[in-house]
Design a protein around this ligand. Structure first.
Ligand code: ZN
Length: 136
C-alpha cells in the first residue's frame, strides 16, 4: 500500500504513525495477518523515514537543527541540481524502518512515533507500507 504525504516545508519531520496504523488496519483485514512486521520504505532520494520521540515536538526540531548544521546548504557540492544536502540527509537517516505488529497494532515504545523526513520540500511524497507475516 502507498501512503501519500504532502509536505509543506523545505525540511520537516511529519508524524505519520496514525496514518501507518490505518494502513496496517486495512492490510490486516485484507490478508488476515495480525502478527508480523510492518515494513516502511520511502522511494525518494531526498527524503527518509525514522522513529523517534513524538511526545515533545522540540525533539524533531532539534534533530533538524543538528542535521542542518552537519550538512549545510552552502558548501562546494558537485551535484548540479543544487540539493546535495537533501541527498546526504536522506542517506544519513535512511529509507526504511521495520516495526513489529501484534494483534494488528504497531508495537512502538511509549514515546515513539514514526516520522516522514522531508529534506527537499515541499512536495507530494510516498511511503510504501507492507505487512509481512503468516495469516492464521
Ligand atoms: Zn538531486
Amino acid at each position: 500500500m502507498i501512503l501519500t504525504v504532502k509536505t509543506k516545508a523545505k525540511t520537516e519531520l511529519i508524524d505519520i504513525t496514525s496514518q501507518v496504523q490505518k494502513q496496517i488496519d486495512s492490510l490486516a483485514r485484507e490478508s488476515g495477518i495480525t502478527d508480523g512486521l510492518c515494513m516502511l520504505f520511502v522511494p525518494h532520494t531526498t527524503a527518509a523515514v525514522t522513529i523517534n520521540e513524538s511526545a515533545d515536538p522540540s525533539v524533531r526540531e532539534d534533530i533538524l537543527t543538528v542535521l542542518n548544521e552537519m550538512v549545510p546548504w552552502n558548501a562546494p557540492y558537485r551535484h548540479l541540481e543544487g540539493n546535495s544536502p537533501a541527498h546526504i540527509k536522506s542517506s544519513l537517516i535512511g529509507a526504511s524502518e521495520l516495526v513489529v505488529v501484534e494483534n494488528g497494532r504497531l508495537v512502538l515504545g511509549t514515546w515513539q512515533g514514526i516520522f516522514f523526513c522531508e529534506f527537499d520540500g515541499p512536495r507530494t511524497r510516498k511511503v510504501n507500507v507492507k505487512l509481512l507475516g503468516n495469516s492464521a
